[in-house]
Ligand binder design. Structure first.
Ligand code: FES
Length: 238
């Protein structure tokens, strides 16, 4: 194992450039450890984002050697190219500074896709009983662990081509809610995701599914939305 890593890190905004740092190599070192070392020891003005460090909050995603990844759970040994690492902000999002991107539009699209739960029951009502083995609950469970890291969104060519596309994360969220039998906004949600920039814009390239660190398959959920929207449209319900 080489004793040092040569790490190129994006500095500045969209018109910035890479700066190179030497970072000591350590056993079990993560990419987030490398970025933190640079910020604490070499370049205190380096901006980046993280919180939990254990793969739960979704805030630490960056582009590592050209691929969007969660950095707190990406070991250097799995991604290093010789002794080189290149760390850049996520693609398809505006760069605020260095490795920090503006996630505003990403989460606005969740709102546009009606990605929030609305039930009919009040606090004194009995709770709904959902069969955990029902096809709807199984479909919802398959997508529910999304942490909102944006790796899928940054990997999606359709988002790059047409910035109004809702994107894999928002559509995956909509798919989990479409399959939540307690939710009462189903018609409104389906109309929101069946529009021109919604599920039908997906080209089924599968980069989102390949890159999701939580092993979610947004491509499958988006296909489910397409089928459901087509069925409702043929019945005149959209
Ligand atoms: S710091 Fe929370 S997922 Fe990486």
């Amino acid at each position: 194992m080489p004793s040092n890593l040569r790490v190129k890190v994006w500095r500045g905004g969209a018109g910035g450039d890479f700066s190179t740092y030497e970072v000591p190599r350590q056993a079990s070192q993560t990419v987030l450890d490398v970025v933190t070392y640079i910020q604490r020891r070499l370049e205190p003005t380096l901006s980046y984002r993280f919180s939990c460090r254990v793969g739960m909050c979704g805030s630490c995603a960056m582009t590592v050697n050209g691929v969007a990844r969660w950095t707190c759970r990406t070991h250097v040994s799995k991604v290093v190219d010789g002794d080189s690492l290149e760390i850049a902000p996520l693609a398809n999002l505006p760069v605020i500074k260095d490795l920090a991107t503006d996630m505003g539009e990403f989460f606005d699209k969740w709102a546009r896709a009606k990605g929030r739960f609305r039930g009919a029951r009040a606090r004194h009502d009995d709770f709904a009983r959902i069969d955990p083995a029902s096809p709807e609950r199984i479909a919802a469970n398959a997508g529910i662990e999304c942490i909102g890291c944006g790796a899928c969104y940054a990997s999606c060519d359709v988002v790059a081509w047409r910035p109004d596309y809702l994107g894999p994360a928002a559509l995956n969220r909509a798919w989990t809610l479409v399959n939540d039998l307690r939710d009462i906004d189903q018609a409104e949600r389906l109309r929101a995701v069946a529009g021109d920039a919604g599920c039908h814009a997906c080209h089924t390239q599968g980069s989102c599914t390949e890159r999701c660190p939580k092993a979610i398959a947004p491509t499958a959920g988006i296909s489910g939305l397409k089928r459901l929207a087509a069925r409702r449209a043929m019945r005149g319900e959209l």
